[in-house]
Write a protein that binds this ligand. Structure first.
Ligand SMILES: [Zn+2]
Ligand SMILES: [Zn+2]
Length: 277
């Protein structure tokens, strides 16, 4: 299985415009950009999430064919680039207005309750779906070219984890809100690979020395809790994405954390990272 991390950032892509912090400066000096959270499963032409820069991330990685898509949840940083489906499908000779299009629609594997949420977006419902630029395939289990896809609800948001397996290989992908992986631990045994958000480092954050008890960060995923889960479920390898500039960590800082936890085989992704299983 070949997997490409298209975008490794979270809700704030980096370097941030106008920001001269150590993180943004280092990225700029190295001509690096962290794009929005998105992954491509090369064997399946399956795209996971469409941040608003997805068009650029796909072109940068020479990806020319998308057969299907999975959405982890509806938050803006994960779906804002949904016009991609129109970009892929719209042609002058297949454009029938509200009657839809001919040919190549992209399949969207989606549970019913997430589809309901997305349908509140008029552009999604009245243009992308109605004109057949994207075709929702409702359900939690899907077979795709000999791979099995299982979509597991982690929390009421609703937010989902995707488990892809084939033969002896098993991969779990959690694009955000990883603390809820704790609620589906029974599904996470024998993982060859876990891809998830690392969670906030609640020390040395940018612009915030001490976190008050009421601060919303205390409710979000923390790196400590993610490591605790990894020590329990013991995936063979873990790749972190949804990397936030606000953590105030340079590339060297991330390397040091990887070394410190070397026995758990963790890696902080950079855009374009390829993983082969
Ligand atoms: Zn910055
Ligand atoms: Zn997010």
């Amino acid at each position: 299985m070949e997997i490409t991390i298209l975008g490794s950032a979270g809700s704030l892509k980096a370097p941030r415009i106008g920001c001269e912090c150590r993180v943004c400066t280092e990225l700029r000096e190295n001509h690096l950009i962290r794009g929005g959270p998105s992954i491509f499963i090369n064997d399946l032409n399956l795209l996971i999430d469409t941040p608003d820069d997805i068009f650029c991330l796909l072109n940068k990685n020479n990806i020319n064919k998308i057969s299907s898509v999975f959405y982890s949840h509806w938050h803006h940083d994960h779906v804002a680039g949904m016009a991609l489906f129109e970009n892929i499908n719209k042609e002058l000779n297949n454009c029938l207005g509200d009657e839809g299009t001919i040919n190549h629609e992209v399949k969207l594997f989606i549970p019913k309750d997430l589809l309901k949420v997305l349908e509140q977006n008029t552009y999604f419902k009245e243009v992308l779906v109605k004109r057949k630029y994207v075709k929702p395939v409702v359900g939690e289990y899907h077979d795709l070219n000999g791979f099995s896809l299982e979509i597991i609800r982690m929390c009421d948001l609703p937010c989902y984890c995707l488990i892809i397996s084939k033969d002896e290989k098993k991969v779990a992908i959690c694009m955000d809100h990883g603390k809820y992986l704790n609620d589906i631990k029974d599904k996470l045994d024998n993982l060859d690979l876990l891809i998830c958000n690392a969670g906030f480092f609640n020390k040395e954050l940018k612009g915030l020395d001490v976190i008050s008890e009421e601060h919303p960060l205390n409710k979000t995923t923390s790196f400590e809790s993610t490591m605790k889960l990894i020590k329990e479920i013991k995936p063979k390898k873990t790749v972190f994405l949804h990397i936030e500039e606000l953590w105030n960590k340079t590339l060297g800082d991330f390397e040091a954390i990887e070394k410190e936890h070397s026995k758990y085989n963790i890696k902080f992704a950079m855009d374009g990272l390829k993983i082969n299983l």
